[in-house]
Ligand binder design. Structure first.
Ligand SMILES: [Zn+2]
Length: 445
């Protein structure tokens, strides 16, 4: 079956005198599963970026929210995102952007591409169904496509049309709510585009009702990713922070693959988790895109969280990176600013002498070393906390008579590729604590 979005010339004028239709969303039957058997995992989608128009790929603005994606790739990624649990969709549903494909894929490849097959009359794009075993979307090359963010009259907005077609891919048919008259608040699932299609990028109430009718409301215990820290390098240890993680999860990275059943590349299976944290080794197949916590045992998929593989975006950086941040305070006894540094040796598993040093501290006072997998800048009564809660606080004994301290940090094999954040606190009789700034370290083999 082919579900298409059409372009009707002067649609607004022609329909303006008709009474407003109130018929709501429709369903095509089926849904996109997240199981590990049967039709497998079907929330993934990808783009074979063969759009011919120069205006389809002239948006070169990069964004940390869409790492590695510009042009049509970014537009299609944004189109999927609008249906997600932490965006307009707000239901028990999330798409999983897998990046670029090297071919258009088959009927069940969950892939966007451009072409002319099956395009006639006013057809802009269409989705091939049934969906439960996968789908395919073709954007008709006979139109002039634009990747945004702004779209000139006479051109067609990739993002708006892609959002509509992905609505079909997840199980929605057409709606007749707010499809005539002004383009303002036009329903994404209207059978025809309004204007350039830009207004159909965002969901309306009827689109959201249809989504929730298929997948249910967002459950209170849905796993949610709120942040990433540690290493963003393949082979490094990524720390995923959030809520409602089951004790064992799969962690799914974008991997630019076409596989959505069986053992899927880019997935690390059966990772131990706490309710609020998952540490996972980034697989070699991971690419720029998103990472999700996938728990098929409870039929839950987290929101996708953008990740720039190979970058220091999360504070990681290449192994061996040492970086100071923030600033220390002046001790009431020392009269100098407390400073944190390394002892100049490599933070590597092959070095047993790597140490963190304190200078400028109050002499002969209790000294604490705070460590955490995350960075913070949080005001406290005594100054500024530069490591993220929860952190580990270790009493490393009293400072020397010259206000210094050195603490050896053993680097284990498990720490290789991870990033840690440190701060020294020194007891101060007037301020509570004198503190250093923060120090970031990424460990090497
Ligand atoms: Zn349609």
């Amino acid at each position: 079956m082919k579900l298409q979005l059409s372009f009707v010339a002067f649609a607004a004028a022609a329909l303006f005198s008709l009474p407003t239709l109130s018929t709501g969303y429709s369903l095509i039957g089926g849904n996109l599963g997240i199981g590990t058997s049967g039709n497998g995992y079907q929330r993934d989608f990808r783009i074979f970026n063969n759009a011919a128009d120069s205006t389809a790929n002239d948006n070169g603005t990069t964004s940390a929210s869409y790492p590695g994606a510009t042009g049509a790739k970014q537009a299609v990624w944004k189109a999927g995102e609008v249906w997600n649990s932490n965006k307009d969709g707000n239901a028990n549903f999330d798409f999983d952007f897998q990046g670029s494909a090297t071919a258009a894929g088959g009927l069940n490849g969950n892939t966007f591409s451009w072409g002319t097959s099956g395009c006639s009359g006013g057809t802009l794009a269409y989705t091939q169904t049934p969906i439960s075993d996968g789908w395919n979307i073709l954007m008709c090359e006979s139109w002039t496509w634009n990747d945004g963010p702004t779209v000139s009259g006479g051109q067609i907005d990739i993002q708006g049309v892609a959002a509509h077609e992905l609505g079909h891919a997840l199980g929605l048919g057409h709606s007749a709510v707010s499809c005539s008259g002004s383009c303002v608040n036009v329903t994404t699932m209207c059978p025809t585009i309004c204007g350039t299609g830009v207004e159909q990028r965002s969901l309306q109430a009827d689109d959201k009702s249809g989504l929730a009718a298929i997948y249910g409301a967002k459950p209170a215990n849905k796993p949610t990713i709120t942040g990433l820290s540690g290493s963003f390098l393949t082979g490094g240890t990524l720390v995923i922070t959030g809520t409602n993680f089951p004790s064992t999860v799969n962690v799914k990275f974008s991997a630019a693959t076409t596989t959505n059943t069986g053992t899927i590349p880019g997935v690390v299976y059966n990772v131990a988790a706490t309710t609020t944290s998952v540490s996972v080794t980034i697989p070699a197949t991971a690419v720029d895109g998103n990472v999700l916590v996938w728990a098929p045992s409870i039929s839950r998929l987290s929101n996708p969280f953008p990740i720039d593989i190979g970058s220091s975006g999360g504070g990681g950086g290449p192994c061996g990176t040492i970086a100071n941040y923030g600033s220390g305070s002046v001790g009431s006894l020392s009269g100098t600013v407390a400073n944190i540094a390394t002892n100049g040796t490599s933070p590597s598993a092959s070095n047993t002498n790597f140490a963190l040093t304190l200078t400028g501290g109050n002499a002969n006072q209790t000294c604490l070393l705070l460590s955490s997998p995350g960075q913070a800048t949080a005001p406290q009564l005594w100054g500024t906390l530069y490591v993220r809660f929860p952190y580990t606080s270790t009493n490393v004994g009293a400072t020397t008579a010259t206000g210094t301290k050195s603490q050896v940090i053993p680097v284990s094999a498990a720490m290789v590729g991870t990033t840690q954040y440190f701060q020294y606190l020194v007891f101060d009789p007037s301020a509570g604590y004198q503190h250093t700034g923060g120090l970031r370290v990424t460990y090497c083999p």
